[in-house]
Design a binder for this molecule. Structure first.
Ligand code: DAH
Length: 344
């Protein structure tokens, strides 16, 4: 084979093989194989010394040209490899915008919080402010200053968790009435609500919980009457259970109010005809209320000959149970998402 033929064969073989290189690493191997110190090209070059001086320039020209061609093959394959690499990367990072997203469940407010906030907004709209009091209360505020002295039989109505002889978990939100009146030192009119947790030493069952929530209301002013109480509670009942609701007041007894009433709302389920929710009476009891007892006003610094007040207290769970037909109070506290999730 002439040198020219050898070079031609080498170029052709190189062209085929370089095309097969799939990575820069493989390409470098090819480069070494053809153009390296021990490569095919070097072995052809080694024949130069056997040539006559006249033959050498032609040989030089041919070999240079062949080397150039092989370098070009390598360069162009390098581009091919790099393009393929970019393409592969693009494929790998491709985002399918038509895929549907993952579903992240959203939480929401607990039903009791919803009702509490709804009531707060309603009363704020009527000019009330929101008060809070401690859940650990002193006997004096929870009972004594509410006209419930130590030996008073009505204390049995509210079995208590005592912490010491004088401190207990508050059994109702009514002590916040006392706290508010004491703070205002008998000087200013009062118009507050107090939502919050209360505790009783009851065995838990479908209608009793040792911990539950109440919403207390207290209005004290110079011309406050039972009519104000009735109007306020009528508006609250309509807000809670619907525009066409009526209320009725039944005489009752609480030590801290005189007169005391229990308030019924006409049944939202049957409209008053009688059903299982209202136990066929057409009425549902929703809260206790009354005109603040003179002793309570006086013991907390308000002069009963000048000031009158009304107060009311309702159970938030009870309202929720009536409104949504929930028949077990424990459902609010066992945190079963199947229950809680129904009140989005
Ligand atoms: N504190 C009472 C209870 O827990 C509820 C209550 C009744 C509150 C009459 C009042 C009221 O403010 O006037 O049973």
């Amino acid at each position: 084979m002439s040198v020219k033929e050898q070079l031609q064969a080498m170029k052709e073989q190189a062209k085929e093989q370089i095309k097969l290189a799939r990575s820069i690493h493989e390409l470098n191997d090819m480069k070494a194989k053809y153009l390296g110190k021990k490569g095919s090209f070097a072995s052809i070059m080694s024949k130069m010394k056997d040539l006559s001086p006249e033959e050498r320039p032609t040989f030089g020209k041919l070999t240079n040209e062949a080397k150039q061609v092989i370098l070009e093959y390598i360069e162009s394959q390098k581009e091919v490899i790099e393009l393929a690499k970019i393409e592969a990367k693009l494929q790998e990072e491709k985002i399918d915008v038509t895929l549907s997203g993952r579903h992240f469940p959203h939480g929401h407010l607990h039903l009791l919080t919803q009702i509490k906030r709804d009531m707060e907004e309603f009363f704020i709209g009527m000019g009330y402010t929101i008060k809070e009091g401690p859940e650990i209360e002193i006997d004096e505020y929870n009972f004594e200053k509410l006209n419930l002295p130590k030996d008073h039989p009505a204390r049995d109505m509210q079995d208590s968790f005592y912490i010491t002889d004088n401190t207990l978990l508050r059994t109702h939100t009514s002590p916040v009435q006392v706290r508010t009146m004491l703070e205002d030192e008998g000087k200013n009119p009062i118009k507050i609500i107090c939502p919050g947790k209360v505790y009783r030493r009851d065995d838990d069952d479908a209608t009793h919980s040792h911990q539950f929530m109440q919403l207390e209301g207290l209005v004290v002013d110079e011309k406050t009457t039972m009519a104000d109480l009735k109007g306020t509670l009528h508006a609250a009942a309509k807000h809670l259970f619907g525009e066409s609701r009526e209320i009725r007041l039944r005489p009752s007894y609480f030590p801290f109010t005189e007169p005391s009433v229990e308030v019924d709302v006409s049944c939202h389920n049957c409209g008053g005809k009688g059903c299982h929710i209202c136990k066929q009476t057409g009425w549902i009891e929703i809260l206790g209320a009354g005109m603040v007892h003179n002793n309570v006003l006086r013991d907390s610094g308000y002069d009963p000959s000048k000031y009158q007040g009304f107060a009311f207290g309702m159970g938030i769970e009870r309202i929720a149970m009536l409104k949504y037909g929930i028949n077990d109070i424990r459902a609010f506290y066992t945190n079963d998402l199947r229950f809680i999730g129904q009140f989005k």
